[in-house]
Write a protein of this length. Sequence first.
Length: 303
Amino acid sequence: MHAALPSVGVIGLGAMGLGIAKTLRSNGFLVHVCDVRAEAAAAFASEGGVACATPAALAAACTVVVSVVVNAAQNEAVLYGADGVAGAAQPGSTYVMCSTVDPNWSIAQETRLNAMGLHYVDAPISGGAAKAASGQMTMMTSAKPQAYAAADAVLNAMAGKVYRLGDQAGAGSKVKIINQLLAGVHIAVAAEAMALGLREGVDAAALYEVITHSAGNSWMFENRMAHVLAADYTPLSAVDIFVKDLGLVLDTARASKFPLPLAATAHQMFMQASTAGYGREDDSAVIKIFPGITLPSAQEATP
């Protein structure tokens, strides 16, 4: 099947990137991978694929490069740093940028890479590690028609829903920023609600059961408060991710003097959790900022 498909590489094998790489492999692509942890790339390659030592080596072998790193700074390093993608990519190759970034930064990268003869797809992602691994995540994309044409097969294989939001970079990142506003506020208010229940002596598992079957439920309450009940703060998405993402939300709104009171409050909650030492824990650890509560322990039953 490989000969009929574009050669594809994935840079960044975190929770989402590894799932994307596995999804592409299961869809018949020969997937090249690169990660700062050489052992992660080697482990993926041992089950089928090619491990590359540098982004440049990956770019030289692939016509579509999917970047699943954390932020704009890491994308800059991947693209333009020593052994970067931009200097080694084949003419006409496409860079698919899946991070949550400032929309203006994304717009600038399209211009810069186009000037180098490369295509660019603004393509933030959502859905979590499980949906990335099953090919059911959501992509919020915007790109020029030529970029879509080059990357179409890869995008459709990666995600269950690929939204095309505009014919140039920026729109995808703007929609992702709005999604992160809601996600961050929902996690913060879910933690607040659970904390109030604990403070008032309500059984945590019973509260979870009732809320998840009532009008007050949200996807974030159901997903993240299950982590709290299990006392499992393994970082599928860390507190510091929302320090960054809600910061981007507020920066975007501030540029047009647009008020975001709930997003600002949620950002302060994640900032407080990070300062208290929970930055690298799961974002549900924002509940730990509330005083006078006893959180469920790992020994207690989970829903």
